[in-house]
Design a protein around this ligand. Sequence first.
Ligand SMILES: NC(=O)CC[C@H](N)C(=O)O
Length: 226
Amino acid sequence: MRWAVVVFPGSNCDRDAEQAIRLVTGDPVDLVWHDADDLSGYDAIVLPGGFSYGDYLRAGAIARFSPVVRAVAREAERGKPVIGICNGFQILTESGLLPGALLPNRHLQFRCEMAELRVETNDSPFTRLYTPGEVIRIPIAHGEGRYHAEPEVLEELRRERRVAFRYVENPNGSVDDIAGILNPKRNVLGLMPHPERAVIDWMGSEDGIRMFQSIHAHVEEGLSHA
Ligand SMILES: NC(=O)CC[C@H](N)C(=O)O
């Protein structure tokens, strides 16, 4: 399988994601500039963290107009796994691929620290190698990570078990302690914590490894049945 890590002007976790995926899966990974309008050659797509367009207006609000976002939507529609990490999550909500919005942290501080997350479902291509209820450690680094959604949307997320991760201790004021959510088809995940920063012992946690392994296993299974 082949991965695309999309690079926007201002992305700064693209190389970390690329290296983490290579290390964990051994798969080929391409860094793809945001003016690409065709991602059909890729099996999994990563929107990495950073400050696309300097977070001007609102994080992700300008990046959503990049040509690549239409290509991401097309591949997501075809069922390919798309993971938006931090700024990638912000771009996914701004572009309507995931519901809700990411607002400035309640305390207005940028938080860069280890976070404990509860895995809420393993029914997704991103979480199949975790155990529901398991607590994992994945770092956060954001200023605009407070997840917000209208009550009807929250109700739907809960009913459809589309909250993938919750914070054990809420670091930013996110509604319902939400750290990551899935789309209705469960092939698009947005999460504020950074799994690519938790793949080697010296990083303080290796709990991100299984996220990339999960995606790899999901895609390879699909390819072997194709
Ligand atoms: N590491 C990230 O992607 C965080 C940056 C993000 N734009 C923010 O909310 O501050």
